[in-house]
Unconditional design. Structure first.
Length: 104
């Protein structure tokens, strides 16, 4: 069974559902950016290759607060029972204000 993170309170969407299957890496954008964090997927089975999270500027490109926060959401979603495949999270709980999430 595939599990998902349901993100609420994003300015550009009421709700966004992110699959957690096939995720291989959470990283800052390349080239380094203080306003973009990316989630990369290993295969096309999810139909998504990269999720780009645009947020308020971090103090520096070495700041890992957003990467840590996103990682914690994926871990929490994975720890849910299989009978509860949707993990709810509020974008307002992120360490930096999220302005957009794009699935590509």
């Amino acid at each position: 069974m595939v599990k998902f993170i349901k993100v609420n309170d994003i300015p550009t969407y009421e709700v966004l559902i992110i699959p957690i299957a096939e995720m291989v890496k959470i990283e800052a954008a390349n080239p380094p950016s203080t306003t973009v964090t990316q989630v990369r997927y290993g295969t096309s089975n999810t139909g998504i290759n990269i999720i780009t999270i645009t947020h308020a500027p971090m103090a520096s490109t070495s700041d890992t607060a957003m990467i840590d926060w996103v990682t914690k959401q994926f871990i929490a979603a994975n720890q849910r029972p299989w009978s509860e495949p949707m993990y709810n999270v509020s974008a307002s709980d992120a360490p930096y204000s999220i302005s957009n999430i794009v699935l590509s």
